[in-house]
Design a protein around this ligand. Structure first.
Ligand SMILES: [Zn+2]
Length: 181
């Protein structure tokens, strides 16, 4: 079999269709002398990127089932009498399997931050407030959004906050958010 010439174009009829989407550029300057290519400036392109991502919540699934039923679920280790606001299926102290418990829907601001930049999903909502909420009888904190206060000057440590749920659950952690109580 004859050795294929790698610089030879494929025969007519074997062409793939031209793409008219994405980056289409014509007439990029190209030197006669290939040695000068090493001095070429890097090409930078803008390229939209999107994926469908199938993700299992696994053992955390009851937490999301709770959100869609307007319940905030944590877990509790019966042996250590330790309650996790962000559920853990195994106790961090003793490793024993924990049990699901309902958390109070009212808590206090433990600490907060106001975000002026965010990931793509939240960028259009900036600035927004993130809070770590503390609950009576619960040993860890819950990270969530605080809706309502205009600026950080309107938020106080220890401020009472109440959980609210999106009516149309997306089965995401953002299904729950907090407002001043
Ligand atoms: Zn334990």
């Amino acid at each position: 079999m004859a050795k294929k010439n790698p610089t030879k174009a494929p025969a007519a009829g074997l062409k793939v269709d031209e793409l008219m989407t994405g980056t289409t550029v014509f007439n990029i300057p190209f030197p006669q002398d290939l040695k000068t290519l090493k001095k070429m400036s890097p090409i930078v392109i803008k390229h939209p990127y999107s994926v469908e991502y199938v993700h299992s919540y696994g053992q955390d699934s009851p937490f999301f089932a709770g959100l869609s039923n307007r319940k905030l679920l944590g877990t509790k280790c019966g042996k250590c009498d330790y309650t996790y606001a962000t559920p853990r299926l195994a106790c961090a102290q003793c490793g024993r399997e924990t049990d699901w418990v309902e958390l109070p829907l009212v808590g206090r601001v433990h600490t907060f931050t106001t975000c002026y930049f965010g990931s793509e999903e939240f960028l259009k909502e900036t600035p927004f407030h993130l809070v770590l909420v503390e609950f009576d009888g619960v040993d860890t904190l819950l990270l969530s959004r605080l809706i309502g206060p205009d600026g950080p000057e309107d938020i106080r440590i220890g401020m009472k906050v109440a959980a609210k749920f999106r009516r149309n659950s997306q089965l995401k952690p953002t299904d729950v958010y907090f407002v001043p109580a």
